[in-house]
Design a binder for this molecule. Structure first.
Ligand SMILES: Nc1ncnc2c1ncn2[C@@H]1O[C@H](COP(=O)(O)OP(=O)(O)O)[C@@H](O)[C@H]1O
Ligand code: SF4
Ligand SMILES: [Mg+2]
Length: 344
């Protein structure tokens, strides 16, 4: 597969969780629209950052991508094949190539299993990936690859720090030599001081093992340096997507602009020139999202049209002729460029 070709093509992906009432006669009274029509591509060798506030559907999207959750509708193509249509052995074999690293290394590692059993667990599900006699050696090699002492195989998760535990989670994600890793807020639960170390490790592994990443975060500052492209999510949909330069320096969607205005700026000079945008109101419930544009209840630019027509995720008409950085997809009827953070 040539570099730049999409490995994953996600189209109109939807996951609605039914809301029910009653115990004996369970009746569906609505649905939580956790993911509500997401289309994204992941190309070979790249990192796609997915960013959005808590509750916007990031983990549900991650679980759909790795096959832990079945979509309500929509398609996920992996190397051209619709994997949402697969089941049984065909699905298991595709899943080998798409692995997940979980958000919280404190709860995602079974405290009663040794590190060796945790890292080698994927071989129980995919025994064809490694002969039994070979597994211990492979697990030790994996520990070494993620920067842990291979002699620690018999220790338990509580004997490790948060950063080390996330390294264990990453080693487990690598065990089957996947092509894609979906990392769901892999550093959010860690101290700021160790976040950069884990991000650096992921970058180094990407080169070493030719990996493509979907890297999920709740704030734009974390994904900036690791992402080639970024998708900003709001209430189950993608608000804006583009290269890191397009999103950070030339955002056209009001929600992206608001998120950027909350990113910490270390340099006091640059901070003084930052454009502050305060968002009013709360994120609406995904069980009852607003009509039209999902962001309209908090948007300072909202007009009548925003309540009536869902803005498509596309290059806005005013930027279609342009060859500049504003030429990227933004789901806003009134998209315009706004420099929020001074360029680096
Ligand atoms: N299994 C589930 N059943 C019902 N609702 C769910 C389930 N999983 C997630 N949700 C709801 O879907 C929405 C999105 O959740 P999630 O994907 O975890 O968002 P994020 O990871 O961005 O915080 C939330 O309102 C959450 O409560
Ligand atoms: S479509 Fe309207 S409400 Fe939505 S982001 Fe654009 S201006 Fe705001
Ligand atoms: Mg989450």
């Amino acid at each position: 597969m040539a570099p730049g070709e999409p490995l994953l093509e996600v189209r109109d992906l939807v996951k609605h969780f039914p809301l029910t009432r009653g115990v004996l006669f369970r009746k569906q009274i609505g649905a939580v629209k956790a993911v509500d029509g997401v289309s994204i591509d992941l190309r070979k060798g790249e990192t796609l950052g997915v960013v959005g506030e808590s509750g916007c559907g990031k983990s549900t999207l991650a679980r759909l991508l790795v096959g832990l959750e079945r979509p309500t509708s929509g398609r996920i193509h992996y190397r051209g094949e619709d994997i949402t249509a697969l089941s049984g052995r065909a699905l298991t074999s595709v899943r080998r190539n798409i692995q997940m690293v979980f958000q919280d290394p404190y709860t995602s590692l079974n405290p009663r299993m040794t590190v060796g059993d945790i890292v080698g667990e994927p071989y129980e599900i995919h025994p064809e990936a490694a002969p039994k006699a070979d597994r211990r050696r492979r697990v030790q090699e994996l520990l070494e690859v993620v920067g842990l002492n291979p002699e620690f195989v018999n220790r338990y998760p509580h004997q490790f720090s948060g950063g080390q535990r996330q390294r264990i989670g990453i080693a487990r994600g690598l065990a089957l030599r996947p092509e894609i890793i979906v990392a769901d807020e892999p550093v959010s639960a860690l101290d700021v001081s160790v976040q950069a170390q884990v991000v650096n490790l992921l970058e180094q592994l990407q080169d070493e093992f030719d990996l493509s990443y979907v890297f999920i975060a709740h704030d734009l500052s974390v994904v900036r340096h690791i992402s080639d492209r970024i998708a900003v999510m709001y209430l189950g949909r993608i608000a804006e997507t583009g290269t890191d330069e397009q999103i950070y320096d030339h955002p056209t969607h009001p929600y992206t602009q608001a998120l950027l205005s909350a990113v910490p700026v270390p340099d006091p000079e640059a901070r003084a020139h930052r454009d502050r945008i305060l968002l009013s109101g709360d994120v609406p419930s995904p069980a009852d999202p607003p009509s039209g544009c999902p962001f309209r209840t908090r948007c300072w630019k909202a007009r009548q049209r925003c309540a009536e027509v869902v803005p498509p995720l596309d290059v806005p008409p005013e930027f279609r002729e342009s060859t500049g950085p504003a030429h990227h997809a933004s789901a806003c009827h009134f998209a315009e460029e706004r420099h929020v953070v001074p360029s680096e």
